[in-house]
Design a binder for this molecule. Structure first.
Ligand code: FES
Length: 106
């Protein structure tokens, strides 16, 4: 699929996500969380791949997010679990256009 056929969905204003902070939003029919870590945006689907818990309130250490339900830890750079298995959080591409963080979805 080309970028031209994708639809941009605004999550929030870029200024709404300060360094080390996060923003929960409902975009394009899905719940997403966007984090700013060391200046980089990381957006994920707000659903733990283990059992579907919300990840929005998970503890963040560096770019490692712990699920509040059972404690599985995920690297927000790769999406992969650091605590074993093949589980991965779904990473969602973002871009900043005119001061707005947008999610590119199919
Ligand atoms: S639902 Fe996230 S670790 Fe179990």
């Amino acid at each position: 699929m080309s970028a031209a056929t994708q639809t941009a969905h605004v999550i929030c204003a870029d200024a709404d996500v300060a360094e080390g902070e996060r923003k929960l939003a409902f975009v394009g029919g899905r719940s997403v969380v966007v984090f700013r870590i060391e200046g980089q945006l990381h957006a994920i689907e707000n659903s733990c791949p283990h059992n579907g818990a919300s990840l929005a309130s998970g503890c963040l250490q560096g770019r490692v997010l712990s699920c509040p339900a059972h404690g599985l830890r995920f690297d927000l750079g790769t999406g992969r679990s650091l605590t074993g298995g093949q589980l991965c959080v779904k990473l969602l591409p973002t871009r900043v256009i005119d001061g707005q963080i947008s999610l590119a979805t199919a």
